[in-house]
Design a protein around this ligand. Structure first.
Ligand code: ADP
Ligand code: ASP
Ligand code: MG
Length: 416
């Protein structure tokens, strides 16, 4: 008998039939004698629908009131799932984030979980009930409803598993594990049996939205055994683990990509000490995260060009802040581009192998894909390219690094 935390994502609870399917699945674990705590997302598309409603009444809706609205999506699915479980003779209790005291800070729309009270959950489990908790939401110390950022139900599940010291945290979704890249883009992508926390963290932060970044951080920090599986097909899924010695070290574990990118460039900046600070500082002061930065100084005129990237949602604000700062610097010009994308190779094997970058650039060059910016770390190489070449680049790299799985192992993403 084990204590398992299971999370079912939006597609998995996207219709009442699917909610009934999930209830039957949970019952099989109860029938084996396991204690089950379930976290659910809103029905697929619901959070986007709520965001559109908010936009209709206020074009820059954010903060406290937005969280009151967004949290309603998950309240629908916890109750429906609990009813479906009850109908199967499987007693269940649903709880919102505030009812089980998922205490967060007060950063509305991207709050961080601080503590979770276990008393009520343990009491219910002791009475043989399935506990169904709303993902993505919490409550701050003043009793305000908060949400955890898009994809935040993953983090609710991992945080609950950490608090309850669960035997495993299972993330059920519409793919049967973590793949070498998004199987929606590369049809012969291969499912990984295991991936390290370090690699998964890079994949998630570089754009693979199969797990929210914070859920992976949390699982690594609190040593939560974490597995990604399909709601619709049986299988072992992918285990997220610590690196161990007999783990076969793949050179490249996966390819992540993101369209959430925008580039800003300031040209012809007089090259004095402190200019980098004046440019980047102006953007950081707006609480905007700057990602890649490149500076070149022209040999002939001694003037510098700065290029950096930000999240596409922050582009307009960053541009405004930059224009103001640049006026004082007497730079030649400020320009921007929102039609760029980032592609990254991730793998712990990179640490001990040279030549990965040149192989990557060769593969992209062969396809005529121009590289606009490059950044590297110990276990990843990222490039910025024009967005229109994104899918071509991902497929070319997947082939060049021979990441495809044997045809017989390919499983279509189920249920979608
Ligand atoms: P859920 O609603 O269950 O949380 P998400 O849509 O958030 O599901 O995450 C699952 C999706 O992540 C998949 O449908 C897939 O398209 C996408 N994805 C992106 N990168 C990967 C990857 N490397 N492996 C598996 N899925 C990926
Ligand atoms: N419903 C939220 C979202 O769509 C949280 C989640 O699904 O994890 O982002
Ligand atoms: Mg998700």
């Amino acid at each position: 008998m084990a204590l398992i935390v299971q999370k079912y994502g939006g597609t998995s609870v996207g219709t009442t039939e699917r909610i009934e399917h999930v209830a039957r699945k949970i019952k099989t674990f109860r029938d084996k004698g396991d204690d089950v705590v379930v976290v659910v997302s809103a029905m697929s598309g619901e959070t986007n629908r709520l965001l559109e409603l908010a936009e209709a009444v206020h074009p820059h809706a954010r903060g406290r009131e937005l969280d009151v609205l967004l949290s309603t999506g998950e309240q629908v699915t916890i109750s429906l799932l609990s009813m479906a479980l009850a109908r199967l003779g499987c007693p269940a209790r649903s709880y919102t984030g505030s009812q089980v005291c998922i205490l967060t800070d007060s950063e509305f729309n991207k709050a961080r979980i601080q503590t979770i009270e276990q008393e009520r959950i343990r009491e219910d489990l002791g009475k043989g009930r399935v506990v169904v908790v709303a993902g993505f939401q919490g409550v701050d110390e003043h009793g305000n409803i908060t949400t955890l950022g898009r994809g935040g139900s993953d983090t609710t599940a991992v945080a609950l598993a950490a608090a309850l010291k669960a035997d495993e945290c299972q993330i059920y979704t519409d793919v049967d594990g973590v793949y070498t890249t998004d199987p929606r883009v590369v049809s012969d992508a291969r499912r990984l049996d295991r991936i390290t926390f370090e690699e998964m963290l890079e994949m998630a932060s570089l754009g693979s939205k199969v797990l929210q970044i914070r859920s992976v951080e949390f699982a690594g920090k609190y040593n939560v055994p974490l597995r990604v599986l399909s709601t619709f097909v049986e299988g072992p899924g992918t285990l997220i683990t610590f690196e161990d010695e007999d783990m076969e070290e793949a050179l490249i574990s996966g390819i992540a990509f993101s369209r959430d990118e925008a580039q800003l460039t300031v040209t012809g900046v007089p090259d004095h000490p402190g200019v980098a600070y004046k440019i980047i500082g102006a953007v950081s002061a707006l609480n905007i995260e700057v990602d890649m930065i490149v500076q070149n100084v022209g040999a002939a005129d001694g003037l510098a060009d700065f290029t950096f990237t930000v999240h596409r949602n922050d582009y307009e604000r960053a541009m405004e802040g930059l224009r103001e700062a640049v006026e004082k610097l007497e730079a030649r010009e400020v320009r921007g581009d929102t039609r760029i994308a980032k592609v990254s190779l991730v793998g712990v094997g990179m640490r001990s192998h040279a030549g990965i970058a040149s192989k990557m650039f060769e593969a992209l060059g062969r396809e005529g894909v121009n590289i606009l910016m490059i950044s590297t770390s110990e276990i990843k190489i990222s490039v910025i390219i024009q967005e229109k070449y994104l899918e071509l680049a991902v497929r070319a790299l997947h082939d060049a690094f021979e990441l495809a799985g044997p045809p017989e192992e390919r499983v279509d993403s189920a249920g979608t």
